[in-house]
Design a binder for this molecule. Sequence first.
Ligand SMILES: [Zn+2]
Ligand SMILES: [Zn+2]
Length: 182
Amino acid sequence: MNRVILSTLWDKTPGRNNRVGRPQINGNQQIINNSISIVNNSTPFNALRLEQLNELPCLLSSQSLDSRGRPQRSMRVIIDGTPRKINFRAYHITWMAANGPILPDHPPQYSHRCHQPLCVEPTHGVWESDVDNKDRNRCSAQSHIFFQDYMIVLCPHTPCCLTPLILTTSDSRVVPLHNPQQ
Ligand SMILES: [Zn+2]
Ligand SMILES: [Zn+2]
């Protein structure tokens, strides 16, 4: 529901931010301004070392969480002529600022390719069906395995999940197949 309200803001002009003494701004500018604030208050997180996949690090939101642990951001909007404050998901706002409006024919679920529910990095989000969203659960632990000289892709999804496991020969999970000393 809030996603629908959010998408209708995009081209609305003016009056989204209609507090007395504040300049009136377009809905899309309001979304971009809020996205900048969300990103500036987030923390880069690159324990996953996503440069191995030529991807940007996660940006973990510091916004308050809703009852299901999702980062939220309140914005003033006008619904049926009445100004209201409504909570939107922080990653929907950053996604829209980067990509434009969420269209009615976008699939219903926002999947985090990085499996980090706080992440607001827009390139880590993808809209897809409920079935596709749930199917990504199988990649929550590892989407790829990196060895020293090669990499195995486990993730079957497009675009791929971003949970690589990077193994080095010093990792206790790497066991030699034979020991020349024996
Ligand atoms: Zn992420
Ligand atoms: Zn996957």
